[in-house]
Ligand binder design. Sequence first.
Ligand SMILES: Nc1ncnc2c1ncn2[C@@H]1O[C@H](COP(=O)(O)OP(=O)(O)OP(=O)(O)O)[C@@H](O)[C@H]1O
Ligand SMILES: [Mg+2]
Length: 276
Amino acid sequence: MLSTKQDNSSNPLLIQAARNLIIRRQKEEAHNPAMLAKRAGVEPDAWQSDLLRSAAKQVILLCSRQTGKSTVVALVSLHEALYKANSLVLLLSPSLRQSQEIGRKVKDALARLGPEAAIIREESALKLEFENNSRIVCLPGKEATIRGFSGVSLLVVDEAARVPDELYQAVRPMLAVSGGRIILLSTPFGKRGFFHHEWTEGGAMWQRVKITAHDCPRISRGWLEQERQSIPNQVFRCEYLCEFTDTVDAVFSYEDIMRALDSDVKPLFEEDHAAT
Ligand SMILES: Nc1ncnc2c1ncn2[C@@H]1O[C@H](COP(=O)(O)OP(=O)(O)OP(=O)(O)O)[C@@H](O)[C@H]1O
Ligand SMILES: [Mg+2]
């Protein structure tokens, strides 16, 4: 017997309505990356929502371990690539393995959006290239091999406190002509290097966000208290309270060195002798 039920999949009005819905959602999502995050299964924390909506050109995220900094920046990167044609997003970390780790978060989010989210032109362990000509590239942590990219629209530096200064100095010029954005994200690692410098003395052009373990709804107070009792106090304050404590291997503390500086003491050698 023939069904009297209407076959919705071939109803042109319904098909058009569905298309209109997708187009409207895409338009909204283009201006609101938090929508993309939710579609990818991440209900952003308040600070993650703020970051997803931020238009700041230079952002530093100083965050405790496991607060979701890599996750949210992966979503920012994916949004940039999907909604800004021809964009180039570079993911840099102290090592290629770590860059690939954040690249994997991008791919996981993309997979959760479903196959209709984007047409992938090329995919490898190091690169995602979309039909809109956007690319997301994972970089190795070696200065000699990262040069050569230009027109960078978003530069992400994950675990930035552990990225060598030379590497940072080699990638920054990639933003000179494009006027692209940069996001540094890290747990602190001592009072040294560009991450500490940009956080403390980098000037007003940086948007600074600090998220301790207490600010993260997924880290329980009980677990944190246990952790505090199991690891050295200095490490706890660095990893979970975002303090730029001295690294465990430092012989002298930063404060002791600063106290020992005395402008009245003459150097043992004149500067031109010391340089030779
Ligand atoms: N808004 C969120 N809702 C639910 N889970 C989240 C959210 N943000 C992050 N997570 C989860 O929290 C865990 C830690 O996230 P992520 O790896 O991004 O943190 P991280 O700060 O980069 O950690 P690490 O310091 O170890 O690099 C992951 O399992 C991630 O899926
Ligand atoms: Mg991380």
